[in-house]
Design a protein around this ligand. Structure first.
Ligand code: G3H
Ligand code: 13P
Ligand code: ZN
Ligand code: NA
Length: 280
């Protein structure tokens, strides 16, 4: 069954919950997310990072699209962190339903023109466009942000960014980080999130939070109450995959199945925290 990312996020907005976007790297990853979604009766987004796409190529996208089409619940396929124009222009042709334009490494002015350019192309194909303003700290695959000091999203800039680029969803930096949070725990600026939410609501733009791995139940709840409608989850699912491989005496098929089960359990847990379970 075919759905669109816009439809998933609009339903989340109406229902006051958030949809999980889970990074997948291979068939087991895609199947784990779909199996969790079906079991939990939850919508979900399968997302592919450029680094994963480099490895898996067109067959990886095809595998996700096919898993999404065959699922009994709404699943869409999203291109995550498009930091290069070439990657994004190519991604527009591969069958994704939505894309993230990541110009957060650019100056504000260049981020606007980059995002606006891709937004125009993606909208001509009826794809939802997510873009990031501010800068996340932490690392993600080969995307290393040198500056660990998080650069928070500025509300006034966000307004100008939305107006000039015509994006549908805004990924914000409010102290969220890719990968692990420091031992002292996440320091999220929920007050800033509230202001960004007011802006997004006014503009009809969905609020997105990257770096959801490592956020407590309470913080996730706080974010949803402040309008977050899409959470990106990568590290916790990857970790479950890697941890499941620590049994070299077992054979390949067993390892594949247990990796899938391990990822599925993490994804299902997130669906409950995000409030998307039972909403398919
Ligand atoms: O925070 C998200 C926006 O409120 C979404 O609004 O459903 O009108 O697109 P919308
Ligand atoms: P985490 O690895 O912290 O879950 O972040 C995922 C993410 O933002 C993918 O775009
Ligand atoms: Zn991210
Ligand atoms: Na994180």
């Amino acid at each position: 069954r075919l759905s669109s990312t816009k439809e998933l996020l609009s339903n989340a907005e109406k229902g006051g919950y958030a949809v999980g976007a889970f990074n997948v790297y291979n068939l087991e990853g895609a199947e784990a997310v779909v199996a969790a979604a079906e079991e939990e009766q939850s919508p979900a987004i399968l997302q592919i990072h450029p680094g994963a796409l480099k490895q898996g190529g067109i067959p990886l996208v095809a595998c996700c699209v096919s898993a999404a089409e065959q699922a009994s619940v709404p699943i869409t396929v999203h291109f995550d962190h498009g930091t290069s124009k070439q990657d994004l222009v190519e991604a527009l042709e591969l069958g994704f339903d939505s894309v993230m334009v990541d110009g957060s490494h650019l100056s504000f002015k260049d981020n606007v023109s980059y995002t606006k350019f891709i937004s125009f192309l993606a909208h001509s194909k009826d794809m939802l466009v997510e873009a990031e303003l501010g800068r996340l700290s932490g690392t993600e695959d080969d995307l290393t942000v040198e500056d660990y000091e998080a650069r928070l999203t500025d509300v006034n800039q966000a307004q100008q960014f939305i107006d000039e680029t015509g994006i549908d969803a805004l990924a914000v930096c409010v102290g969220n980080v890719h990968g692990k949070y420091p031992a002292s725990g996440p320091n999220l600026r929920l007050d800033l999130l509230k202001d960004l939410r007011a802006l997004c609501l006014k503009k009809g733009v969905f609020l997105v939070l990257h770096g959801a791995s490592g956020l407590s139940k309470e913080l996730i709840k706080g974010c949803i109450e402040r309008g977050v409608r899409k959470f990106n989850v990568n590290t916790e699912v990857r970790k479950a995959y890697m941890d499941s491989l620590n049994n070299p005496s077992k054979d390949l098929v067993y390892v594949m199945a247990s990796a899938k089960e391990a990822m599925k359990a993490v994804v299902a847990g997130k669906m409950h925290l995000f409030g998307s379970a039972g909403k398919a």
